[in-house]
Design a protein around this ligand. Structure first.
Ligand SMILES: Cc1cc2nc3c(=O)[nH]c(=O)nc-3n(C[C@H](O)[C@H](O)[C@H](O)COP(=O)(O)O)c2cc1C
Length: 200
């Protein structure tokens, strides 16, 4: 039995194509595998806090030295770390905003990634990710279409963050493109035509 964590990061509610595509992925997973639970974290309903001067100080602390103040300041961060820890599969929907990820998704990452928590250092000072073996699906919605050969910043960036700071190397990307074209209609089944769950 697997647990899914579904991250929604568009402000557009049910109009959102990244929410639509990521929800379609969750549905496919539910059809193909015995799923225990799906936790939905809608980042626009519970917006990640900015890392301010005081909370950044807590982030740099060794987890062994947390006190009551740390627990209060890191409550959002600890909650989303727990959700990640419990998930076998993470499905992330994001709009493309100026070639990058959505603002709340960046906020979620900044709260999630933490030395001593999502990764530790070994004796040679190499990072060792603590969430190895999990699988991430990305659902990216963009108003335009990528031109062959141009960089895919979102997918490249998220893959690198997950690999470097969590140890997750299995990241699969799906895209819904051209959403602002006149008469655009979403066909999630077509996009997920070859969807098969592998290696989880
Ligand atoms: C502030 C802003 C920036 C955007 N930047 C881009 C962009 O760089 N490239 C692109 O193709 N579409 C861009 N779009 C269009 C969105 O990616 C598109 O509307 C997408 O469907 C939004 O995702 P959603 O449907 O999940 O909300 C932008 C939209 C907004 C509001």
């Amino acid at each position: 039995m697997k647990n899914i964590l579904h991250i929604i990061s568009s402000a557009r509610g049910n109009q959102s194509y990244s929410k639509g595509l990521s929800s379609a992925i969750v549905q496919k997973l539910q059809q193909q595998e015995r799923i225990n639970q799906v936790i939905i974290r809608n980042l626009m309903k519970d917006i990640p806090p900015y890392a301010d001067e005081i909370s950044i100080h807590e982030f740099y602390k060794n987890p062994g030295s947390y006190d009551e103040k740390s627990t209060a300041l890191l409550s959002y961060a600890n909650k989303i770390v727990d959700e990640m820890r419990e998930a076998d599969i993470i499905v992330i929907g994001t709009p493309m905003f100026n070639l990058g990820i959505s603002t709340p998704l960046k906020g979620w990452l900044d709260q999630l990634i933490r030395a001593g928590v999502t990764y530790v250092f070994d004796e040679q000072w190499n990072r060792v990710g603590q969430f190895k073996g999990k699988k991430v699906y990305l659902a990216i919605a963009s108003g335009g279409r990528r031109i062959e050969g141009t960089p895919d910043y979102i997918s490249a960036y998220l893959k690198d963050v997950f690999r470097s700071y969590t140890g997750i190397t299995d990241v699969e990307t799906y895209r819904i493109e051209g959403t602002i074209e006149p008469g655009f209609e979403a066909n999630y089944d077509q996009i997920l035509g070859n969807f098969e769950m592998q290696n989880i």
